[in-house]
Ligand binder design. Structure first.
Ligand SMILES: *Cc1c(COP(=O)(O)O)cnc(C)c1O
Length: 394
């Protein structure tokens, strides 16, 4: 099937709820994508932050092949080894809590919100979230997402969500009442434009939650699993959340979500209160175990730190040359380039030249290279971006 034939199929049979580019991707390998027209694309935003250790990582592929031949899915009526093993590996690398598995980020956040309601007293039904956040597209998580553009057409929203400006401690203080069950934030807002929470902000959330008998939920769906150079972004601070959610990079490309809570909180989730048919299936869990092993065996956390610094340095150099770049921000391999005007045209032109990056919030270029990236590949990406910015100002 050629590109046009595939697009025709979509036009006829697939709901058009995405703005898609006119390209059909047929293969992914490491830092590269290949389209049906034979183009090779350097991917600095692999799978919307899902393919965190690159496309089709050999260790993930091997684990999937092996697991697929033994057991793909077994319902949660039974125990299965990959789910238990994954929970252990994650718990040891996070705050020692227990894990619940599902299939996406939104589902992980749904589980977190339900657990916070279950664990806290019945008059506590409110959730504080931050402006610019993104927590998913289900009814509760879209209400948690404090960006009006995601609410259009869906009013009235699920009640109970209170929005505060991000990184604003006094606004948070003012929003607290006895009815607050939890505060939910991203340590670095991804879709919101790579906005990094200050240490003081996370510390203040922790203190205010403790003072008011509320829970602190960190949405690490995009920041988690090594992206920032630590297993989880909260580990850059002294703050430990009560509940944390994961998804995107966890399965190396396979759909999986996870919610973890401190043991005494997790205990509120007794049989009958929450469930997922596919959650924790053997195939997805085996993939996630392979991701964790690959990150450790190949020293990818160190690589994320080192290459993150390198990428930022290179982008800072571009800033000296191109006035459209206002500043560069981010942690590890989660980097945003704040432009002084729209970035979408720049992203399109980069793709035409064989580089995939993303633009979010209208004017922030998002670089989230796979954790296996090398200096040579970053140089290649910078060179393409440089040429596009140069042409753009002509
Ligand atoms: C992508 C994302 C989600 C939603 O994940 P889905 O798998 O699309 O449901 C939630 N929170 C954050 C921070 C995200 O980046």
């Amino acid at each position: 099937m050629n590109t046009q034939e595939t697009i025709d199929l979509f036009n006829k049979y697939v709901i058009a709820n995405y703005g898609r580019l006119d390209r059909v991707i047929v293969k992914g390998e490491g830092c590269y994508l290949y389209d049906a027209d034979g183009n090779k694309i350097l991917d600095m935003f692999p799978g919307w932050a899902v393919s965190g250790i690159g496309h089709c990582h050999p260790k993930v592929v091997e684990a999937l092949r092996k697991q697929a031949g033994e057991l793909i899915h077994i319902d949660n009526t039974f125990y299965s080894e990959p789910q238990g093993e994954l929970a252990k590996l994650l718990s040891e690398r996070s705050f020692g809590g227990k894990y619940f598995f599902c299939n996406s980020g939104a589902e992980a956040n749904e589980a977190a919100l339900k657990l916070a309601r279950l664990y806290t007293s019945s008059e506590k039904y409110k959730f504080i979230t931050a402006e610019g956040s993104f927590h998913g597209r289900t009814f509760a998580t879209v209400a948690a997402t404090a960006q009006p553009k995601y609410h259009e057409g869906f009013l009235p929203l699920l009640p109970g969500f209170v929005y505060v400006p991000f990184n604003d401690i006094s606004a948070l203080e003012a929003a607290f009442t006895d009815e607050v069950a939890a505060v939910m934030v991203e340590p670095i807002q991804g879709e919101g434009g790579i906005n990094v929470a200050t240490d003081e902000y996370l510390e203040a959330i922790r203190e205010l939650c403790d003072k008011n008998g509320a829970l602190m939920i960190l949405d690490e769906v995009q920041t988690g699993v090594g992206r920032t150079g630590k297993w989880f972004a909260y580990q850059h601070t002294d703050v430990v959340p009560d509940i944390m959610t994961l998804a995107k990079a966890l399965g190396g490309g396979v759909a999986i979500g996870a919610m973890t809570a401190k043991e005494e909180i997790a205990a509120a989730l007794v049989p009958g209160k929450h469930a997922s048919t596919f959650g924790g299936n053997a195939l997805a869990c085996a993939a996630a175990v392979a991701v964790i092993e690959a990150i450790e065996e190949d020293n990818l956390l160190e690589n994320a730190v080192e290459l993150g610094e390198y990428t930022k340095e290179k982008l800072e150099q571009l800033k000296e040359k191109h006035y459209i770049i206002d500043h560069v921000r981010g942690v590890g391999l989660m980097i945003g380039v704040q432009l002084t005007s729209s970035g979408s045209e720049i992203v399109d032109k980069c793709l035409d030249k064989g580089l995939r990056i993303n633009c979010t919030g209208g004017s922030v270029l998002r670089f989230m290279p796979p954790m296996i990236v090398t200096k040579e590949k970053i140089d290649q990406a910078i060179e393409i971006l440089d040429s596009v910015l140069t042409e753009n100002t002509k």
